[in-house]
Write a protein that binds this ligand. Sequence first.
Ligand code: G3P
Length: 218
Amino acid sequence: MRFFVDTADIAAIRELHELGMVDGVTTNPSLILKSGRDIAEVTREICELVDGPVSAEVVAEAAEDMIREGRHLADIAPNIAVKVPLTWDGLKACKALTDEGHMVNVTLCFSAAQALLAAKAGATFISPFIGRLDDVNLDGLQLIADIRQIYDNYGYETNVLAASIRSVNHVSECAKIGADVITAPPAVIHAMASHPLTDKGLAQFTADWARTGQKIGG
Ligand code: G3P
């Protein structure tokens, strides 16, 4: 399973990248705002750090404007995936940018029907938002399973990129379902290493070791 990091925070990306945990990065207008950086500048810096796909999102609403913005973003680096929203105009932009040879990530997907349209428009990635569905008492993980089944039924090559991940459980469930990629905030990836029984076991080993009076390696 590929891990993308859902952030525009360079220090956080670098730390995870050094551990081999970063196969790509996703950003959106809210994350650019949070970074306090210029979109072109911070996106270029991320693309220099990470070899895999780096999603950068258009903000226009009309297809022709999205296509213009998408070309501009794609000029930043060869590993840019242009992110467009799952609207009718977004699908038009997806088709045009894909036909030009750009990677496209279709975002803000909340239904299997939307995901089917994105695949037909040639999307490289579809981003279903798990956490935001859970927020309104719908089942985000079930959507990932439904899209996986539909894409497998017909052999669509669009990658299922599970987004709006809020918990460690979201990550492991997505892996069981067979999502191609997850994009998670750095804090969720860090939290994956934690388990209370690991902490408890380590405390016990440390205490018992002290009682042996021994040292390893002098
Ligand atoms: O990149 C889009 C997505 O991952 C947003 O997550 O937590 O703001 O719903 P969230």
